[in-house]
Write a protein that binds this ligand. Structure first.
Ligand code: COA
Length: 162
């Protein structure tokens, strides 16, 4: 069976922490699909459209026939099945991520027991990163150059008019 993994997330925007997870996981799979959540999230409205989020990830990554980037709507388990994926990848930054990830794991397993979820411990230098923090820094005029790919820094500057 072909090893196909989906790495889902909001990626609003993608950070160096996400890129690190992608680079470390790619060698383990024949195909890695980076799936940008396009479901509306009223609790955490997106700064970037799904198209913009997909485009930034594409530009940030070296082109590879093993990597696909696209947005998805609906349940993750349905999307994974449609793509023929047998693995879901997630990154774990700190203890605080665990409860949420564990709940999501249990629920996804109930919805599709054949789908395996694999967790990567975030590299230490990225453990403090989150998309919200990046957006706040950019909004208040701080530099995000050390935390996000250059294409994202440029888009943030455009968004906040600096
Ligand atoms: N480095 C840096 N930051 C990281 C990171 C890493 N390695 N891993 C996670 N993060 C941050 C993100 O930047 C984000 O920060 P923010 O909260 O400040 O925005 C936060 O962790 C979580 O974001 P993300 O990893 O993108 O996950 P999410 O919670 O936004 O998305 C989905 C989760 C998309 C996987 C989930 O909502 C989903 O599957 N949705 C589809 C519908 C569905 O199937 N629902 C049922 C699920 S059981």
């Amino acid at each position: 069976m072909k090893k196909i993994a989906v790495y889902p997330g909001s990626f609003d925007p993608v950070t160096n922490g996400h890129i690190d997870i992608i680079k470390r996981s790619i060698s383990l799979f024949e195909k890695l699909i980076i799936a940008v959540n396009a479901n509306p999230n009223p609790a955490k409205p997106y700064l970037f459209s799904a198209e913009e989020r997909v485009e930034m990830i594409r530009e940030a990554l070296p082109s590879s026939p093993k990597i696909e980037v696209e947005s998805f709507k609906g349940l993750l388990v349905h999307y994974a099945r449609k793509k023929g994926a047998n693995f879901i990848i997630r990154g774990l930054r700190a203890l605080s991520d665990f409860e949420y990830e564990f709940q999501m794991y249990l629920m996804n397993k109930k919805l599709n027991p054949d789908l395996e979820m694999i967790y990567f411990m975030t590299s230490q230098q990225y453990s403090h990163l989150s998309s919200s923090v990046i957006k706040e820094i950019a909004k208040l005029g701080g530099s995000t150059i050390n935390f996000v790919p250059p294409v994202v820094e440029k888009k943030l500057l455009e968004k906040f008019g600096y």
